[in-house]
Design a protein around this ligand. Structure first.
Ligand SMILES: [Zn+2]
Length: 57
């Protein structure tokens, strides 16, 4: 008997939806490793930080 499995995946692999206080809403978060710790970072904030770094003189 075949069972069709519905993929429940609006969220990309490795990401999760969490509330971000900075963004004031639910945004994709990504697990990132650094200095032996794993942190869950808001992807929107992370990309904004990157753009600000690139913008700097
Ligand atoms: Zn954010």
């Amino acid at each position: 008997m075949r069972v069709s499995v519905q993929e429940p995946a609006p969220v990309p692999a490795g990401r999760t939806i969490s509330f971000c206080k900075v963004c004031g809403g639910y945004t994709p978060h990504e697990w990132r490793e650094g200095d032996g710790i794993v942190a869950k970072l808001c992807v929107t904030c992370f990309e904004r930080d990157l753009l600000e770094l690139l913008d700097r003189d």
